[in-house]
Design a binder for this molecule. Structure first.
Ligand SMILES: CC(C)(COP(=O)(O)OP(=O)(O)OC[C@H]1O[C@@H](n2cnc3c(N)ncnc32)[C@H](O)[C@@H]1OP(=O)(O)O)[C@@H](O)C(=O)NCCC(=O)NCCS
Length: 169
């Protein structure tokens, strides 16, 4: 199933400013990189604002039935309020609506907060990539399988019941 792609009301400049507050220089996305995400037809972007200020964003690519979570970031001022948890659930729902049944992502092995976020959402590590983020900075590849409960097409996705993983919502 596919649906019209909604692009949120946000600029690449705002996204790059948020990125700068969230990532070390070597891992930052530029304005041009974010503009590419906003333009690409196979991306879904989600944002959160607090008093008009961009507080969080996420982007996922969906190709056929596989989604790839490219980025999720929350302004340090707004962390620890489950903003990323809610945004991730929204991104997975968007991915399911676009036809995804499986979601993959890469995360730095030492990114404690992101690992807690992803594990809490039902992702499991399926592989490691040495030096993915530079010398000594390994990545874990994580995966979640999604199903939509019968009769709830377009509703909240859940991890596959056979996987033994907790629900996503
Ligand atoms: C990872 C990130 C998006 C989490 O955002 P957040 O809104 O603070 O996350 P949430 O409040 O939804 O918390 C999600 C889970 O992670 C845990 N967590 C959050 N920050 C944590 C930390 N510093 N250390 C350990 N666990 C942490 C929470 O306890 C929560 O688990 P729980 O529901 O079992 O309590 C945020 O820290 C961030 O933007 N980091 C920089 C960018 C990044 O690394 N993005 C991920 C790779 S693209």
């Amino acid at each position: 199933m596919t649906e019209a792609r909604g692009v949120p009301d946000v600029t690449a400049e705002e996204l790059a400013r948020l990125d700068e507050a969230c990532f070390p220089a070597a891992e930052r996305w530029t304005v041009a990189a974010w503009a590419g995400e906003l333009r690409a037809a196979d991306r879904r972007i989600g944002i959160r604002r607090v008093d008009g200020r961009l507080a969080a964003a996420a982007t996922v690519q969906v190709v056929a039935d596989v989604a790839d979570l490219h980025r999720i970031l929350v302004d340090p001022r707004y962390r620890g309020r489950r903003m990323a948890t809610g945004l991730l659930a929204e991104m997975l729902a968007m991915a399911v609506s676009a036809g995804a049944v499986r979601v993959l992502l890469e995360v730095r092995r030492d990114n404690t907060a992101a690992l807690a976020l992803y594990r809490g959402a039902g992702f499991t590590a399926i592989a490691a990539r040495a030096d993915y983020y530079g010398p000594g900075a390994d990545a874990l590849v994580m995966e979640a399988t999604l199903v939509v409960p019968p009769g709830q097409v377009g509703g909240a996705p859940r991890t596959h019941p056979d996987s033994g993983l907790p629900g996503l919502m």
